[in-house]
Design a protein around this ligand. Structure first.
Ligand SMILES: C[S@@+](CC[C@H](N)C(=O)[O-])C[C@H]1O[C@@H](n2cnc3c(N)ncnc32)[C@H](O)[C@@H]1O
Length: 290
């Protein structure tokens, strides 16, 4: 069987065929070429990964192959970051988001933004640096600064992470304080998003970035509440579609974002359109109905 050319509306239970690196690279190159100049509202034409929710079998194996291929080819092309002036301890944003955002953000020009998961502020600083703030930007950064399970298990010092966030965004905001209003919400995302909804901010955000907890049930909550806060025509972006933790027992089917993103895009297929993107690591959707 050839794999179906749909993404990510995968029906659970579809058999994953063998995919060679050669086939993957051909398809990936074609998709990149097809979509590089066409950021539009059509569905992504191809995708190899369909399900892959079971640990330790071929499906997981395919996820890892594709992840490493995408990350490897991206990191080789990394340019020297304009964000070198900041104090970041990792290159997540450069590796997984920058190239996609370089194409998407200038087109959607968001003014009111909800970021779920801020860490040291890499994505927030990118937005402050790259958006035209002359008519005002409102950027809500939501994070517990307690870390996700993966950070806690790695012993990351989250107090230091939060201090770097404060320092980095302060540097990005220098000279733009009048035009950029940054609202820091230090709380669980489900509480912050629920409060924003009850405060009457439903359907007011132009851009929602989902990059907080990477546990599938949490990502689903962020997606559903984020959708309510997004205006019709706005864009919601998910990071880490291809990410899964390497655990001693393999990859865990719900310690990753993919099943939640798949579930959300399947359940909301009448209300969102998946955008074509040059790379697979993120999934972006546009809301077209309440
Ligand atoms: C991958 S990092 C965000 C990276 C950031 N967007 C960047 O570009 O550098 C994920 C962040 O989500 C936060 N987080 C995890 N679970 C959360 C939750 N339930 N509510 C709010 N924040 C959460 C963590 O503290 C961590 O700082």
């Amino acid at each position: 069987m050839r794999f179906p050319l749909r993404f990510p509306q995968a029906a659970a239970g579809i058999n994953i065929p063998e995919v060679t690196d050669h086939e993957y690279n051909d398809k990936h190159t074609k998709c990149v070429n097809d979509s590089r100049n066409h950021l539009d509202f059509q569905t992504v034409p191809i995708q190899i990964i369909e399900t892959g929710l079971v640990c330790g079998n071929k499906k997981t194996h395919i996820i890892s192959n594709v992840t490493s291929t995408v990350l490897f080819s991206d990191s080789r092309q990394l340019q020297v970051s304009a964000m070198d002036k900041y104090d970041f301890t990792n290159g997540w944003f450069d590796h997984t988001a920058r190239k996609t955002w370089d194409q998407v953000i200038p087109k959607i020009k968001p003014k009111k933004i909800l970021e779920i998961g801020s860490y040291e502020g890499a994505s927030a600083c990118y937005l402050i640096d790259n958006l035209d703030s002359s008519t005002g930007i409102e950027l809500h950064c939501v994070d517990t600064w307690g870390g996700g399970i993966e950070h806690i298990e790695d012993g990351v010092d989250m107090e230091a992470v939060e201090s770097r966030f404060d320092k980095n965004v302060a540097m990005a905001l220098k000279g733009k304080e009048k035009n950029v209003s940054l609202i820091k919400h230090k709380e669980q995302s489900e509480l912050v998003l629920s409060k924003l909804i009850s405060d009457g901010q439903r359907s007011t955000f132009d851009f929602v970035y989902v990059d907080g907890s990477h546990q599938a049930p949490d990502v689903l909550v962020d997606a559903v509440l984020g959708f309510k806060l997004l205006r019709v025509g706005g864009t919601m972006a998910f990071d880490d579609y291809l990410w899964a933790e390497d655990l001693p027992y393999g990859k865990d089917p719900i310690r990753c974002a993919k099943p939640a993103i798949d579930a959300f895009t399947n359940l909301y297929f009448r209300k969102v359109q998946i955008l074509r993107l040059p790379f697979f690591y993120q999934v972006h959707v546009q809301k077209y109905s309440e």
